[in-house]
Design a binder for this molecule. Sequence first.
Ligand code: PLP
Length: 482
Amino acid sequence: MTDSQQYAISEWPDTAEIYARLKELIKQPPRPIRRDKMDEFLQYFEAKCRKSKELTEAAMQYIPGGVQHNLAFNYPFPMAIEKAEGAYMWDVDGNRYIDFLQAGGPTVLGSNYAPLREKVMEVINRSGPVTGLFHEYELKLAQLVNRLMPNVEMLRMAGSGTEAVMAAIRVARTHTRKKKVIKVGGAYHGWSDQMVYGLHIPGTGRFEAKGIPRGASAHTQEFYPNDLGALRRLLILNRVRGGTAAVIVEPVGPESGTRPVYKDFNQKVRELCDEFGALLIFDEVVTGFRLGMGSAQGYFGVKPDLTVFGKCITGGYPMAGALGGRRDVMMHLSAGIGGTGERAYVGGTLSANPLSCVAGYYALLEMEKTDAPVIAGKAGDRLTKGLNDIIDEHHLPFVAYNQGSIVHLETAGVMLLDFRNLLKIARELKPRNHMMQEMGAAYMSQGIITLAGSRMYTSMADTDAVIDDALSRFEVVLSSCE
Ligand SMILES: Cc1ncc(COP(=O)(O)O)c(C=O)c1O
């Protein structure tokens, strides 16, 4: 690591080695927390989280399942959070947690960063959060993103990453006049009809597509992560089936790099897109500005035609979504009454509101000034190294790896199960899922909040002391595994 490090990733992980370790993890029987220890961890919730329990039990009556966020833990019951600041969150019972959820990734500066909050409040005090007409911060944000990421010649704000992906696909189809969209199996690109396909686990196709008519995903296709031969075959077949409008990838690999890509993967996909006249869409909802101010495309040195943003684009404030890219492609989105050219229709009452734009603008400026992505990346490196030391010390088959501030800790390996082995899926999906829930609950009982018990986002607020404290808490849980 040098001081001139520009990106959060100090060294691209050895992809082949990670896959070898993950394969070994999945081959072995699960190693859950010992029963007596798990009972001890669960006691924490009954003893210390009374108010959370009461509130979320009451919510069950009015809110389906009691929680409204897919990332919320509901085992043994959901937690109600009252306060967040920097590296920490506090629940309604006053318990403090080290926050490695970081709202699912948008807060590289740390939660509730005060200098940013002040800028947002100034705008709210003047115009309120929304007027429906143009605000200068829309321009400032688009200009800033263009300076940081020159491939983003133009920017259009959206309500969320999901919406921005919908816009990307629509505009790609309008521009190319082709139909098919190819994604990597296991990748998450939001929950639009066409993208609930091959979710979380490669090869699962329409497994999660309840309530979605077949026709809606008829032109969506998936290929196995890193399998460039399979991508080429799809591109060839599609030539006689309406053509490929776009290939969409998460540049570090599906599910925020849970299945990491080989370092030259994105460049190879770029070349295939050029060969077959398809647009390349980078879904940088997670990686955008988290991997560095130039995002994943800057890190890999690959130029996508379109870039999808979410999360960091509004610095953790609402309406986090945007689409950016080549001017000629983006012009299909021109809005306003009497727009010109062939238009790909998108909308949104609250899109591009002054609150989101001022938040995004100052968050990105502040991240650039403080070097937040690199600091967060170094925290991710420290956390990963410490976790691997614990894993080795206790002779566990678990695997920790990171792409800068995106840290993976695979213990149950649910997302790494192979749907081509149906017998193993039938036997292991449920117990491994349960183990993941238990791991998440156990970490929480020790004062750590993770994403689904297997991922951590670090932020600029994660000092060495915070990470070292977290590691001693992880050790309590990991040393309790069978
Ligand atoms: C890679 C990726 N794309 C798209 C989305 C969807 O974004 P949103 O939740 O803002 O709709 C997510 C959400 O986590 C994501 O991780």
